[in-house]
Design a protein around this ligand. Structure first.
Ligand code: DCP
Ligand code: MG
Ligand code: MN
Length: 337
């Protein structure tokens, strides 16, 4: 939802949209798709609204918000709560499904399938469900993975990865992206982005990192390994463990990119995912195409399919990307929409 010519909108109604979004997620988990859609539409409208909504009438007058939604908005404004949300999050069936979809490698489709097969608890899943290799890892660390990682520990993990890459080549650079770079106090995982400014010394580094990481028992389990070769991005999703007592297994992503893609990669992996979607859509409206690899101009589309790739614009920094798009630069802290 990007409006205006040069400014991304501020969400003046975050206290309302946070709760409605949570409720939409629960409706989705329950398969109540039309409710999920109407809540999501209302959330989009409220996020774009240029001021804080303070009355029932004001809510009711907005597009996509009928009487029942205006009631919900008013309940949040007046009481700070939403009873329907409290009620549904305590509901047994709904909570089984969200319990299942918190398993790494299982989405809502799988969670609903397991529910339909009669499974209700994690033990049911562990004992009776057929798990993929990724889900088996997710199960092994279920309790550890649902806990978020404090920033100080993210830095400890980052330091180990830095030690590893600098043992390979001291000129390699690393920036931890994701929620960490957006300044969150806790993170779901650690997203390490790695490259080399000479444009060529990133080659072969990906496999060396994984080798060394396993040899020193820092990397304990792999979830997914994609080696993009010398000219593309390589991506590792896995599990790491720091040395010492009372340590927890943590989710670690390692991405190695050729330096030509650095700016677009750092922008993409900083997120948020929602911010990325808005920015891609905005680029599309300008006749451009933004990905984690490049920003292209003069893209030709037929419907939503790209029929001509266009020209890659030079982007050395994130600022360059905002400039090409005609947007004011946003600091990572302000990309949490
Ligand atoms: N990303 C995206 N679209 C997705 C998944 C990821 O654009 N479907 C991008 C934006 C994310 C970044 O990759 O910010 C890292 O992905 P994470 O899943 O690690 O998300 P965050 O780091 O933002 O949050 P968390 O604290 O949950 O890890
Ligand atoms: Mg992350
Ligand atoms: Mn991640």
């Amino acid at each position: 939802c990007m409006t205006g010519k040069s400014q991304l909108p501020t969400n003046y109604n975050k206290h309302i949209t946070d709760k409605l979004e949570e409720l939409a997620v629960l409706y989705k988990a329950r398969g109540e798709n039309w409710k999920e859609r109407s809540y999501s539409k209302a959330v989009a409208v409220l996020k774009k609204h240029p001021k804080e909504v303070t009355s029932w009438e004001e809510a009711k007058n907005l597009p996509c918000i009928g009487e029942s939604l205006a009631d919900k908005v008013w309940e949040i404004i007046s009481s700070g709560r939403l009873r329907k949300l409290d009620h549904l999050s305590e509901d047994k069936d709904t909570s089984s499904i969200s319990l299942f979809s918190n398993l790494w490698g299982a989405g809502l489709v799988t969670a609903n399938k397991w529910f339909a097969q009669g499974y209700r608890t994690l033990d049911d899943i562990r004992e009776k469900a057929e798990l993929t290799r990724q889900q088996q890892v997710g199960m092994k660390y279920y309790e550890e993975f649902i806990e978020r990682i404090p920033r100080v520990e993210v830095i400890e993990i980052e330091d180990i990865v830095k030690e590893v890459i600098h043992g390979i080549n001291p000129g390699l650079i690393l920036v931890t992206c994701g929620s960490f770079r957006r300044g969150k106090s806790t993170c779901g995982d650690v997203d390490c982005l790695i490259s080399h400014p000479d444009g060529k010394s990133h080659k072969g580094v990906f496999q060396q990192i994984l080798q060394k990481g396993h040899d020193m028992d820092f990397l304990t389990d792999d979830l997914s390994i994609h080696d993009g070769g010398d000219h593309n991005q390589s991506k590792y999703l896995g599990v790491c463990l720091l040395k010492g007592d009372n340590r927890k297994h943590r989710r670690l992503d390692i991405i190695v990119v050729p330096y030509a893609q650095w700016a677009c990669a750092i922008l993409y992996f900083t997120g948020s995912a929602h911010f990325n979607r808005s920015l891609r859509l905005y680029a599309q409206k300008q006749g451009m195409h933004l990905s984690e690899h490049h920003l292209c101009t003069d893209v030709m589309r037929k419907g939503t399919t790209i029929i001509h790739e266009g020209t890659i614009l030079p982007t050395f920094t994130e600022q360059d990307i905002f400039l090409h798009l005609g947007l004011d630069y946003l600091e990572p802290h302000d990309r949490d929409k």
